[in-house]
Ligand binder design. Structure first.
Ligand code: MOS
Length: 733
C-alpha cells in the first residue's frame, strides 16, 4: 500500500482497541520467565556447545601470534578459532569496524578468538590459556579534546536526523550575530555513553546443510540477515535470524555484532549448534557506543527576545569511515531565527565504533541547546518558557514553505507549566532553601523527528476466526506485540484475545524494525496495510462490496447479511501480505514530535549531591496507540535522561585507548532510589501525514531534552551553570 496522500477516516479511528491502555500481551511470558531470550534457546539447540570470546588487549596494532596449544588441550574444548585463521571478514553495510578476522586491531576488545567447549566454564577457562603476542602501534588517537581543533568538516550527507549537508547556512549568521545586542557563545560537552541494556548481545547458531539459523537479540532483523550473509560470504537466502524477545537494545542491537558471527563460525567448526554471548565486561569496548561531543552554540537576539542568529557546531569522533553524532539536527528545526548555521566535524579515532544510541543526534544535541536557551532567557531577563514561546516556529526555518504537520510545543510547555507549578519558581537562582537542600526547577523543550520507513506484514485468518500476524518486526521491550495485536484486532473487528502476534523471524515479511522511534507507527501501518488486503479478500470471497463490508464483533457484515469471520475463512483459512510504503508526504511537511520536560531537583549545599525530586513530561506525538506502553516508554526515557545528566559516562583511558568502566558496577545508571515520581501527559493529537495509523514515535522523545531540564533545574537551585556532562557533585562545589 502506497501512502502518499494524507490519511482520511479509516477503521483505526473507531479506537475500540487501538488507543486503549491494554496490558502487554507478552507480559505474562516475561514476568514468569517463559519468554525465551537468545541465550536460553535450549528448545532449538539442546545440544549446543558454548563459545567464549577473547577481546584484544590493545587498542591499535596487530596480532603477531596466538599460541592455542594449552587452550586446545584443556578439558572439554572442542575448537579454537583465532583471528589469524582467516582474512578480515567482509563488513556488513551497517558496521564501521570489522567484526573478526585478520591480524589488524582497530579497537580494544575487538574479538580475536573464540574457544568452543562443552560447558561455558570450560570455554571461559580455556580462553584464559590463550597466549597472544601483540605488535602494538603507537600514535593511537584517543582524546577528543586534543583531536577536535583539527577535526575536518563532515563531507556529504549528515545521515540520520534532518539529513541536511554538513554545513547548512540560512541568511548571514556572522553578520547578524555581530549586530545582536544580546548574545551567547558557549561550549558544551557530552561524554561517551554505553547502551548498557539488560540483556547482553547473545546468539545461538545452528547449521542445517549450507543454511544457518541464528537465534539472536537484534533490533533490525533484515539488516542483520543481510549483513551476516555478507560477513560469512553466503547468500542472504541461506541465513535466517530469529529474535522474538529482546531484552533492551537502545541502538546497541541495531547491527550485526561479533556474537552472531562467531556463533556461526563456531557452529560450523564443531558441527553442532554453538551459543555465544558478549559478557558484560566486553560489551562496552567490543560493541558500539554513543560518541562524546564538543558543541559550540552561539545565539544572538534582539532586546525583544527574538532570536536573530543561531549557530550550532558539533565535533565528535569515530573509527575511520564512521559517522558524526548528528547533534545539530534539532537546531535546524526547533527555534525561529532568520540567520542560521549548523555544522559538524568528525575526528578519526581509535576508540571503539561510535554509533546510534537512543535518539542519536537529538539526545546529546538537546543536552547542549536547551542549556543555551536557558542561558539566553536569563540574559534577556525573560522566563525560559516565554523565551521559547516567543521563538516558536510553525514552519521549517530553513525552508519556510514547509510547515510542520503538527507542532504543539507551546501547548506542551504551557500545560506542563500549569501542572508542575512553574509559577512558584523563583527566577533568581540559589534562593530556595529547605534545610541543607537548595531546591530548583528547570524546563526544556523536547524534540525528535518522526521517520517513515517501509514496513511489511502477513495476516492470516483461520476457521476459528483467529487472526495471526507475522512480521520480522521486533519488540525490544517497547510494547510492539501489544500495539500490533491492537491494530489487527481493530482492523478485523475481533477482540484482542483472538489475535496472535509472531515477531522477529527473518522468514516473515520485512518490517521497519525497531530504531529511531519509528517502530510503532511504521510497523502498525504495515499491519494495517496487510489487514486492508485481507478485508478486501474476505469481502470479495463473500460477494460483498468491499467498501460496504463492516468488520465488527467477529463478523463481517454487508446489507443484512452477516458472516462469522471463521466461517468466511473456511477450513483452509486465508492469508494476505502487504507493506506500507511512503511517497513524498514527508518532504512537503516536516514531521516531528515535541515535549515539555520539567524537573525539580534538590542539591545538598555542602556536598553538591543532586537528588531529582519530581519530573513531568508533556508529549505531543501523534495518536498514542497504547497509553500504558507509551507511558512506559516515556518514563524509561526520562530515567535515561537523568542518567545522562547526572551519572552516565564512559571514562576513556587516553593513553591505552579503552573505556575503563566497562561493567554495571562502574558505568552508573539510575536505580529506582534515584528516580522519584514521574508524570507523563500525552496531548491529544492525530497526524494524518504520518501514516494511516496517524501515530508517531515517543520512545526517544521522552529522552530528548531531559538532560537540559535537569541541568537548568540545578542552575536554578544553585546558581552554578555546568556545561559539561555528567553533572557530578565535584562540579557543584
Ligand atoms: Mo535507536 S538508537 O535507533 O535504537
Amino acid at each position: 500500500m502506497k501512502f502518499d496522500t494524507p490519511a482520511t477516516t479509516n477503521p483505526i479511528d473507531r479506537m475500540r482497541v487501538v488507543g486503549q491502555p491494554h496490558d502487554r500481551i507478552d507480559g505474562r511470558f516475561k514476568t514468569t520467565g517463559t519468554a525465551p531470550y537468545a541465550y536460553e534457546r535450549h528448545d532449538v539447540a539442546p545440544d549446543a556447545a558454548y563459545g567464549f570470546i577473547l577481546g584484544a588487549g590493545i587498542a591499535k596494532g596487530r596480532v603477531a601470534a596466538i599460541d592455542t596449544a594449552a587452550a586446545k588441550a584443556a578439558p572439554g574444548v572442542l575448537s579454537v578459532i583465532t583471528t589469524l585463521d582467516m582474512p578480515q571478514l567482509p563488513k556488513g553495510k551497517t558496521n564501521t569496524a570489522a567484526l573478526f578476522g585478520g591480524p589488524v586491531i582497530q579497537h580494544y576488545h575487538q574479538a580475536i578468538a573464540l574457544v568452543v567447549a562443552e560447558t561455558f566454564e570450560q570455554a571461559r577457562d580455556a580462553t584464559s590459556l590463550l597466549r597472544v603476542d601483540y605488535a602494538p602501534e603507537g600514535g593511537g588517537r584517543f582524546d577528543l579534546a586534543v583531536l577536535a581543533p583539527s577535526a575536518p568538516p563532515v563531507p556529504g550527507d549528515s545521515g540520520e536526523g534532518s539529513g541536511g549537508p554538513p554545513e547548512d547556512r540560512t541568511g548571514n549568521f556572522e553578520e547578524a550575530f555581530a549586530q545582536a545586542p544580546v548574545k551567547l557563545d558557549e561550549t558544551y560537552t557530552t561524554p561517551d555513553e554505553s547502551h548498557a541494556m539488560m540483556e547482553p548481545h547473545a546468539s545461538v547458531a545452528r547449521w542445517d546443510g549450507d543454511h544457518v539459523t541464528v537465534w539472536t537479540s537484534n533490533q533490525m532483523i533484515a539488516w542483520g540477515k543481510r549483513d551476516l550473509g555478507i560477513t560469512l560470504g553466503i547468500p542472504a537466502e541461506k541465513v535466517r535470524l530469529d529474535s522474538p524477545y529482546v531484552g533492551g537494545g537502545f541502538g546497541g542491537k541495531l547491527f550485526l555484532r561479533a556474537d552472531a558471527v562467531l556463533a556461526a563460525l563456531g557452529a560450523k567448526a564443531v558441527g553442532r549448534p554453538v551459543k555465544v554471548a558478549l559478557t558484560r565486561p566486553i560489551m562496552a569496548n567490543n560493541t558500539t557506543h554513543r560518541p562524546a561531543t564538543i558543541q559550540r552554540i552561539r545565539i544572538g537576539a534582539g532586546r525583544d527576545g527574538k532570536i536573530t542568529a543561531i549557530a550550532h557546531e558539533s565535533t565528535s569522533g569515530d573509527q575511520p569511515g564512521g559517522q558524526p553524532e548528528t547533534a545539530v539536527s534539532q537546531t535546524k528545526l526547533l527555534y525561529a531565527g532568520a540567520n542560521r548555521l549548523t555544522a559538524m566535524r568528525l575526528a578519526e579515532m581509535d576508540l571503539p565504533e561510535g554509533n546510534a544510541m537512543r535518539a542519536p543526534g537529538e539526545a546529546p544535541g538537546l543536552m547542549a541547546l536547551e542549556i543555551a536557551i536557558d542561558e539566553m532567557a536569563e540574559k534577556l531577563n525573560l522566563d525560559p518558557i516565554e523565551f521559547r514561546v516567543l521563538n516558536d516556529t510553525q514552519v521549517d526555518p530553513e525552508h519556510p514553505e514547509r510547515p510542520f504537520s503538527q507542532r504543539q510545543l507551546i501547548r506542551c510547555l504551557r500545560e506542563g507549566a500549569e501542572r508542575f507549578g512553574w509559577d512558584k519558581r523563583n527566577a533568581r537562582p540559589g534562593t530556595r532553601r529547605e534545610g541543607r537542600w537548595l531546591v530548583g526547577i528547570g524546563v526544556a523543550a523536547g524534540f525528535r523527528n518522526n521517520l517513515l520507513q517501509k514496513s511489511g506484514a502477513r495476516v492470516k485468518l483461520d476457521a476459528q476466526g483467529v487472526v495471526t500476524v507475522e512480521t520480522d518486526m521486533t519488540d525490544i521491550g517497547t510494547g510492539t506485540y501489544t500495539i500490533i495485536a491492537q491494530t489487527a484486532a481493530e482492523m478485523m473487528g475481533v477482540p484482542i484475545e483472538k489475535v496472535v502476534v509472531r515477531l522477529g523471524d527473518s522468514d516473515f515479511p520485512a518490517s521497519a524494525g525497531s530504531g529511531g522511534q519509528w517502530g510503532a507507527n511504521n510497523s502498525t501501518a504495515g499491519v494495517y496495510a496487510a489487514c486492508v488486503k485481507l478485508r478486501d479478500e474476505v469481502a470479495q470471497k463473500l460477494g460483498f462490496n468491499s467498501a460496504d463490508a463492516v468488520f465488527e464483533d467477529g463478523q463481517v457484515r454487508a446489507g443484512n447479511r452477516s458472516v462469522p469471520l471463521g466461517e468466511a475463512a473456511g477450513a483452509e483459512g486465508m492469508v494476505a501480505e502487504d507493506a506500507i510504503e511512503y511517497g513524498d508526504l514527508a518532504k512537503k511537511e516536516q514531521q516531528s514530535t515535541f515535549a515539555g520536560h520539567f524537573v525539580e531537583v534538590a542539591v545538598d549545599a555542602a556536598t553538591g549531591e543532586v537528588r531529582v525530586r519530581r519530573m513531568l513530561s508533556v508529549c505531543a506525538a501523534g495518536r498514542i496507540l497504547n497509553p500504558k506502553s507509551a507511558r512506559s516508554q516515556v518514563i524509561g526515557a526520562m530515567t535515561m535522561g537523568v542518567g545522562g545528566a547526572l551519572m552516565e559516562a564512559l571514562s576513556v583511558d587516553t593513553r591505552r585507548g579503552f573505556f575503563v568502566n566497562h561493567d554495571l558496577a562502574s558505568y552508573e545508571v539510575p536505580v529506582h532510589a534515584d528516580i522519584p515520581h514521574q508524570e507523563v501527559v500525552f496531548l491529544d493529537e492525530t497526524d494524518p501525514m504520518s501514516s494511516p495509523m496517524k501515530a508517531k514515535g515517543v520512545g526517544e522523545l521522552g529522552l530528548c531534552g531531559v538532560g537540559g531540564a535537569v541541568a537548568n533545574a540545578i542552575y536554578n537551585a544553585t546558581g552554578i551553570r555546568v556545561r559539561d556532562y555528567p553533572i557530578t557533585l565535584d562540579k557543584l562545589i
